[in-house]
Design a protein around this ligand. Structure first.
Ligand code: NAD
Length: 252
């Protein structure tokens, strides 16, 4: 049976790695992103490795566009079996920089909430409708962040949006359980890009395993949640941060 995964943010660091990983696991990839150039690169890389992929330029903050994209994916591939909502980020996706809530631009706050939280709601809503109509279950994985659990100064908007994602998966898991659709979140800590190799203190010094977390590590967790092995896992948020979020200020 062919399976299709709709991945948002597929042009980004974690999204592109997730696309390649799910393709290796047998999913055809419906790759979506606001940026067409990086999206094209992801599709190319999946195909180069022998997988099937198509590009869907998409702004996840627009519910009508999300609905139309889901319909196109089902018509192009014949089914929709997994949604991974990776698109997101903190103040920079709104063209700003992290700032205290009292100083942050209203437009930046709005964009962060819209991409991270509304994006999760819109993509889940329309993907779930398609999965329910197919009647063969499905997997939904939305991206949260350890910041949504523990907070971060300068990123109140981001924390609020990712906290919303974690609450969303708990409630949605209850609604979609009867349809055999699993709904979970992943909450990375610091995910290091290859060009950030120099940041050893941030990469190694802030987690208890002394290991660098990469996009491939996160993609592996997503792959598990999108696999038959996770059939009884739903409504959960999985933190992947080498134990970093266990730290308490001022003590070990
Ligand atoms: N990198 C980390 O350390 C880290 C830590 C915790 C959580 N996360 C979360 O993981 C996810 C991916 O992070 P990343 O590091 O790969 O970021 P990234 O910036 O490399 O990728 C994000 C992608 O989302 C896309 N995007 C932004 N706005 C969009 C919109 N309106 N519609 C569609 N696509 C849009 C961007 O074009 C980009 O390709 C994000 O949700 C982020 O909050 C990342």
């Amino acid at each position: 049976m062919n399976k299709t995964a709709f991945i948002t943010g597929a042009g980004g660091y974690i999204g592109s790695e997730t696309a390649r990983r799910l393709a290796r696991d047998g999913y055809a990839i419906a790759a979506a992103d606001l940026r067409e150039d990086t999206l094209a690169k992801t599709v190319e890389s999946v195909r180069a490795a022998g997988g099937a992929a198509r590009a869907y330029p998409l702004d996840v903050t627009q519910p009508d566009a999300v609905e139309a994209t889901v319909q196109r994916i089902v018509s192009d591939f014949g089914s929709l079996d997994a949604l991974v909502h990776v698109a997101g980020g903190s103040a920079r996706i709104g063209g700003g920089v992290p700032k205290p809530l009292v100083d942050q631009d209203l437009g930046v706050i709005e964009t962060v909430i819209k991409v991270n939280l509304y994006g999760a709601l819109w993509t889940s809503r329309y993907a779930a409708r398609a999965m329910i109509a197919q009647g063969r279950g499905g997997k939904i994985v939305a991206f949260a962040s350890a910041v949504g659990l523990n907070g971060l100064r300068g990123s109140v908007d981001y924390a609020a949006s990712k906290g919303g994602v974690m609450s969303m998966v708990r409630a949605l898991a209850k609604e979609l359980g009867p349809h055999k659709i699993n709904v979970n979140a992943v909450a990375p800590g610091v995910v290091m890009r290859p060009e950030e190799n120099g940041g050893d203190q941030r990469a190694f010094g802030t987690n208890f395993l002394g290991e660098k977390c990469t996009a491939a590590d996160v993609a592996g967790l997503v792959a598990f949640l999108c696999s038959p092995d996770a059939r009884l896992v739903t409504g959960q948020t999985y933190v992947i941060d080498g134990g970093r979020s266990l730290a308490m200020k001022g003590s070990d």
